[in-house]
Write a new protein. Structure first.
Length: 474
């Protein structure tokens, strides 16, 4: 009787392949690899280098894996930049259907004409954007070949079924209801896309701050920031299927700066929403009611300060007697003067028949921020952008100008005194003078403001950064 498999018959294979065979053929069923474990083996996932045993096979296999890797990065970019799944379909936790939806979302980014297939030109167009390098027709053809498991009868291109085959090679995991995908303090070693089910995001103290559904992604924060640990928990409120993207794959996929920018903007928006939800969960909120034309606070107030959450109604934010923008249910205001210790920069007045608010005192607000520094940074980032947005609108009003996109472009060029195409520290300081009581801004705060405005993190504040930021305040 053999105590081990006849590995001499596999001497032409790589060490990783032989390791897989040995573990699959272990005579002890308790030590033998399960099907699930086998799928995670480095050889199956293509993570181990090949040995030059079969002449030329290492080069061919390496090229094949590289092409498939590029395509996987393209799918990743499509998932990050694609339209939110729940904007197009109703909620459905069916595992097979939601997986099809998720794949279809990526597929339709490639097949923008709705042909029903992805051709070489589609691959070249998307992959040029993803990699930032021009993809030649020959490269597109090679990628097409690499994407197909077997020659297709049709010469049109990749079908949704072909996409499914490629996508199936990415790591998919299933969790039961009540399972924790990760906990606060865990290593941040991956991010996830939800195929089906719901995932609850909880703070370290167990507060529910977000519910994520199929099509959503999560876990990218610890990969995008310098920290490499989790600050929240991810708990499955239903059975959940996810696509796991390891940190190594994540870093490779983010060779596209546009993908990183989109992902970071979505993550910051979600983190801000979680911060606001955390405030709403506080037990020391005071309910406040205002009638039409009643003032919540006046521009220049320096007395007792609080921040507010809008439950119902519409409020107008005024500066110098002119309305800058309006607030409605779900919005918050008053944080800036607390965080930056300044007089109120605007007057807020109830503009509907009645306005229902919740008030959180400054002391309780700061106590909350001290207990949760990450969400505190999200609020600070929002407040800095809000102050800048008010300053821009104040400048436009001082020029007797409108407040639309064309006027915003003009304001940018007016402020850009040296015509460099970007805003400098001194130019932003001059613009902030239009905030009146907030004119004396320390250089430290100005530098943090510049950093917040640089949305694409290219080291400059461009017109595109300003236009993108303004969308959040419409």
């Amino acid at each position: 009787k053999r105590s081990s498999p006849p590995m001499h018959l596999a001497s032409h294979l790589s060490p990783s392949a032989r390791d897989l065979i040995r573990k699959l053929m272990d005579r002890d069923p308790n030590k033998r690899l399960t099907a699930v474990a086998a799928l995670q083996h480095p050889w199956i996932r293509g993570e181990t280098p090949t040995s030059n045993i079969i002449e030329g096979s290492d080069r061919k296999l390496s090229m094949y894996q590289e092409l498939r890797e590029k395509l996987a990065s393209g799918i990743f970019a499509a998932l990050v930049d694609g339209d939110n799944l729940r904007n197009k379909t109703g909620e459905n936790d069916n595992r097979e259907q939601s997986l099809t939806h998720l794949l279809k979302r990526a597929f339709e980014v490639f097949d923008e004409e709705g042909k029903g297939f992805v051709n070489e030109a589609d691959l070249g167009r998307i992959m040029t954007k993803v990699t930032g390098a021009s993809i030649s027709p020959a490269d597109s053809k090679d990628m097409m070949t690499a994407a197909k498991e077997e020659p297709s009868r049709s010469s049109l291109g990749l079908s949704l079924s072909d996409f499914s085959q490629l996508f199936s090679r990415l790591s998919q995991q299933h969790y039961k209801k009540g399972d924790y995908i990760y906990n606060p303090g865990d290593d941040g070693d991956a991010m996830y896309f939800i195929n089906s089910g719901k995932v609850e995001v909880l703070t370290k103290k167990g507060h529910l701050v977000s519910i994520l559904r199929h099509g959503d992604c999560f876990g990218e924060g610890s990969l995008l920031e310098d920290r490499n640990y989790r600050i929240t928990a991810a708990r499955c409120s239903t059975p959940v299927d996810v696509i796991r993207v390891s940190k190594n794959d994540f870093d490779r996929y983010l060779k596209s700066s546009s993908t990183k920018r989109s992902l970071k903007l979505k993550w910051k928006a979600r983190r801000l929403a979680q911060a606001k939800q955390l405030i709403r969960l506080q037990s020391n909120l005071t309910k406040r009611q205002f009638l039409r034309n009643e003032v919540v606070y006046h521009e220049g107030d320096i007395g007792k300060k609080s921040m507010f959450l809008v439950d119902d109604g519409t409020l107008e934010v005024k500066h110098g007697g002119e309305t800058l923008h309006k607030l409605s249910s779900g919005d918050s205001f008053g944080e800036s003067s607390l965080l930056f210790q300044r007089p109120r920069s605007s007057t807020v007045v109830c503009a509907s028949a009645s306005c229902s608010l919740h008030e959180l005192s400054g002391a309780d607000f700061f106590a909350l921020l001290e207990s949760d520094p990450v969400h505190a940074r999200a609020l600070s980032d929002m407040c800095r952008k809000r102050m800048f947005h008010k300053a821009v609108k104040s400048y436009l009003l001082s020029q007797k100008s409108g407040l639309g996109g064309v006027e915003l472009v003009k304001a940018f060029h007016d402020v850009d005194k040296d015509n460099s195409g970007s805003l400098s520290l001194s130019e932003v300081r001059d613009l902030m003078l239009h905030m009146g009581n907030n004119s004396a801004i320390p250089e430290k705060d100005l530098r943090e403001l510049l950093e917040s405005l640089d949305l694409d993190e290219d080291g400059i504040v461009s017109l595109n950064d300003i236009l993108e930021m303004s969308k959040a305040f419409k």
